[in-house]
Ligand binder design. Sequence first.
Ligand code: FES
Length: 183
Amino acid sequence: MSDEVDDRVGRVSRIDVEAVPVAAPLWRRDFPYEAAGEDEVTRRAFARYLVAGAGAMAAGNVGIAIWTQLRSINTGEPSPIVAAGEIAVGDTYLFRYPNESDPAIALRLDEETYVAFSQKCTHLGCVVFFEAEDHRWHCPCHEGNFDAATGRVISGPPTRPLGKIDVEVRPDGQLWALGRVEA
Ligand code: FES
Protein backbone atom coordinates (compact mmCIF):
# COMPACT_ATOMS: atom_id res chain seq x y z
CA MET A 1 0.00 0.00 0.00
CA SER A 2 1.31 3.41 -0.86
CA ASP A 3 0.79 6.79 0.71
CA GLU A 4 -1.88 8.96 -0.81
CA VAL A 5 -1.95 12.71 -0.67
CA ASP A 6 -5.21 14.48 0.16
CA ASP A 7 -5.07 17.36 -2.28
CA ARG A 8 -7.70 19.43 -0.43
CA VAL A 9 -5.75 19.63 2.77
CA GLY A 10 -2.38 18.87 1.32
CA ARG A 11 -1.40 16.19 3.76
CA VAL A 12 -0.92 12.46 3.90
CA SER A 13 -4.29 10.78 4.35
CA ARG A 14 -3.24 7.13 4.60
CA ILE A 15 -0.12 5.52 5.93
CA ASP A 16 0.83 1.88 5.51
CA VAL A 17 2.33 0.76 8.84
CA GLU A 18 4.66 -1.65 7.07
CA ALA A 19 5.73 1.09 4.75
CA VAL A 20 6.68 3.65 7.38
CA PRO A 21 10.41 3.99 6.82
CA VAL A 22 12.74 3.51 9.76
CA ALA A 23 14.08 6.99 9.06
CA ALA A 24 10.59 8.47 9.66
CA PRO A 25 10.22 10.67 12.77
CA LEU A 26 9.82 8.76 15.99
CA TRP A 27 6.31 10.11 16.60
CA ARG A 28 5.14 8.68 13.28
CA ARG A 29 6.71 5.29 13.95
CA ASP A 30 5.06 5.17 17.41
CA PHE A 31 1.67 6.41 16.14
CA PRO A 32 1.32 5.10 12.59
CA TYR A 33 -2.35 6.10 12.26
CA GLU A 34 -3.96 7.14 9.06
CA ALA A 35 -4.47 10.87 8.95
CA ALA A 36 -8.20 10.33 8.43
CA GLY A 37 -8.30 8.34 11.66
CA GLU A 38 -6.36 10.86 13.73
CA ASP A 39 -9.48 12.86 14.54
CA GLU A 40 -11.20 9.70 15.73
CA VAL A 41 -8.29 8.73 17.94
CA THR A 42 -8.20 12.23 19.42
CA ARG A 43 -11.92 12.10 20.18
CA ARG A 44 -11.56 8.69 21.76
CA ALA A 45 -8.62 9.83 23.85
CA PHE A 46 -10.53 12.96 24.85
CA ALA A 47 -13.51 10.86 25.92
CA ARG A 48 -11.16 8.63 27.89
CA TYR A 49 -9.67 11.65 29.70
CA LEU A 50 -13.17 12.94 30.34
CA VAL A 51 -14.29 9.67 31.92
CA ALA A 52 -11.06 9.38 33.92
CA GLY A 53 -11.39 12.99 35.11
CA ALA A 54 -15.02 12.54 36.13
CA GLY A 55 -14.13 9.32 37.93
CA ALA A 56 -11.28 11.03 39.80
CA MET A 57 -13.54 13.90 40.81
CA ALA A 58 -16.25 11.53 42.02
CA ALA A 59 -13.68 9.57 44.04
CA GLY A 60 -12.34 12.83 45.49
CA ASN A 61 -15.82 13.93 46.55
CA VAL A 62 -16.48 10.60 48.23
CA GLY A 63 -13.11 10.89 50.01
CA ILE A 64 -13.88 14.40 51.26
CA ALA A 65 -17.32 13.31 52.47
CA ILE A 66 -15.80 10.41 54.40
CA TRP A 67 -13.06 12.65 55.82
CA THR A 68 -15.54 15.27 57.08
CA GLN A 69 -17.55 12.53 58.79
CA LEU A 70 -14.58 10.86 60.42
CA ARG A 71 -12.29 13.78 61.33
CA SER A 72 -12.11 14.54 65.02
CA ILE A 73 -13.32 18.05 65.81
CA ASN A 74 -11.28 19.91 68.36
CA THR A 75 -13.81 20.91 70.98
CA GLY A 76 -11.13 22.33 73.24
CA GLU A 77 -9.97 21.72 76.78
CA PRO A 78 -11.27 23.77 79.74
CA SER A 79 -9.13 26.87 80.10
CA PRO A 80 -9.41 30.24 81.86
CA ILE A 81 -10.35 33.25 79.75
CA VAL A 82 -10.22 36.28 82.03
CA ALA A 83 -11.38 37.47 85.45
CA ALA A 84 -15.16 37.63 85.03
CA GLY A 85 -15.34 41.00 86.76
CA GLU A 86 -13.18 42.58 84.07
CA ILE A 87 -16.02 42.35 81.57
CA ALA A 88 -18.69 44.99 82.22
CA VAL A 89 -22.35 44.12 81.58
CA GLY A 90 -22.97 44.55 77.85
CA ASP A 91 -19.26 44.40 77.06
CA THR A 92 -17.29 41.85 75.09
CA TYR A 93 -13.90 40.26 75.53
CA LEU A 94 -11.76 38.85 72.75
CA PHE A 95 -9.80 35.66 73.30
CA ARG A 96 -8.52 32.62 71.40
CA TYR A 97 -10.18 29.23 71.67
CA PRO A 98 -9.72 26.30 71.33
CA ASN A 99 -6.38 27.12 69.63
CA GLU A 100 -4.32 30.27 69.24
CA SER A 101 -5.53 30.51 65.65
CA ASP A 102 -9.22 30.50 66.60
CA PRO A 103 -10.62 33.95 67.43
CA ALA A 104 -13.42 33.88 69.98
CA ILE A 105 -15.48 36.46 71.77
CA ALA A 106 -17.25 36.49 75.15
CA LEU A 107 -20.19 38.71 76.04
CA ARG A 108 -21.54 39.53 79.48
CA LEU A 109 -25.30 39.62 79.06
CA ASP A 110 -26.13 40.61 82.67
CA GLU A 111 -24.62 40.40 86.15
CA GLU A 112 -24.65 36.60 86.14
CA THR A 113 -24.76 35.53 82.51
CA TYR A 114 -21.85 35.17 80.12
CA VAL A 115 -21.87 33.68 76.64
CA ALA A 116 -19.05 33.06 74.20
CA PHE A 117 -18.80 32.21 70.53
CA SER A 118 -16.29 31.57 67.83
CA GLN A 119 -15.74 34.88 66.11
CA LYS A 120 -15.73 33.24 62.67
CA CYS A 121 -18.89 33.80 60.66
CA THR A 122 -20.34 30.48 59.54
CA HIS A 123 -20.87 31.81 56.03
CA LEU A 124 -17.35 32.42 54.73
CA GLY A 125 -15.34 32.90 57.88
CA CYS A 126 -15.19 36.67 58.31
CA VAL A 127 -14.96 37.99 61.84
CA VAL A 128 -18.19 38.97 63.58
CA PHE A 129 -18.47 41.76 66.12
CA PHE A 130 -21.06 42.77 68.67
CA GLU A 131 -23.70 45.40 67.91
CA ALA A 132 -25.16 46.36 71.28
CA GLU A 133 -27.99 48.51 69.91
CA ASP A 134 -29.38 45.56 67.92
CA HIS A 135 -28.29 42.93 70.44
CA ARG A 136 -26.66 40.84 67.73
CA TRP A 137 -23.40 39.60 66.28
CA HIS A 138 -22.84 41.25 62.94
CA CYS A 139 -20.72 40.09 60.03
CA PRO A 140 -19.86 43.03 57.75
CA CYS A 141 -18.74 40.87 54.82
CA HIS A 142 -22.23 39.96 53.59
CA GLU A 143 -24.45 41.45 56.28
CA GLY A 144 -24.94 38.27 58.24
CA ASN A 145 -26.50 38.65 61.70
CA PHE A 146 -26.67 36.29 64.66
CA ASP A 147 -28.56 36.48 67.93
CA ALA A 148 -26.29 37.80 70.68
CA ALA A 149 -27.38 35.27 73.32
CA THR A 150 -27.78 32.10 71.26
CA GLY A 151 -25.75 32.68 68.12
CA ARG A 152 -28.63 31.55 65.90
CA VAL A 153 -28.92 33.15 62.48
CA ILE A 154 -31.18 36.20 62.37
CA SER A 155 -30.60 37.30 58.80
CA GLY A 156 -28.16 37.22 55.90
CA PRO A 157 -26.53 34.37 53.99
CA PRO A 158 -25.25 32.21 56.90
CA THR A 159 -27.26 29.04 57.40
CA ARG A 160 -25.60 27.76 60.58
CA PRO A 161 -25.41 29.38 64.01
CA LEU A 162 -22.16 30.74 65.37
CA GLY A 163 -19.94 28.15 67.04
CA LYS A 164 -20.89 28.32 70.71
CA ILE A 165 -18.36 27.94 73.50
CA ASP A 166 -19.58 26.76 76.91
CA VAL A 167 -18.40 29.07 79.68
CA GLU A 168 -18.73 29.25 83.44
CA VAL A 169 -17.56 31.50 86.24
CA ARG A 170 -15.56 29.49 88.75
CA PRO A 171 -15.36 30.18 92.49
CA ASP A 172 -12.07 32.04 92.05
CA GLY A 173 -13.90 34.56 89.85
CA GLN A 174 -12.32 33.45 86.59
CA LEU A 175 -14.42 32.99 83.48
CA TRP A 176 -13.58 29.63 81.96
CA ALA A 177 -14.11 28.20 78.50
CA LEU A 178 -15.25 24.60 78.85
CA GLY A 179 -15.35 23.49 75.21
CA ARG A 180 -16.94 24.10 71.86
CA VAL A 181 -20.58 23.08 71.65
CA GLU A 182 -21.18 21.09 68.47
CA ALA A 183 -24.23 22.25 66.56
S1 FES B 1 -18.82 35.86 55.72
FE1 FES B 1 -20.26 36.50 57.17
S2 FES B 1 -22.03 36.87 56.02
FE2 FES B 1 -20.60 36.18 54.57
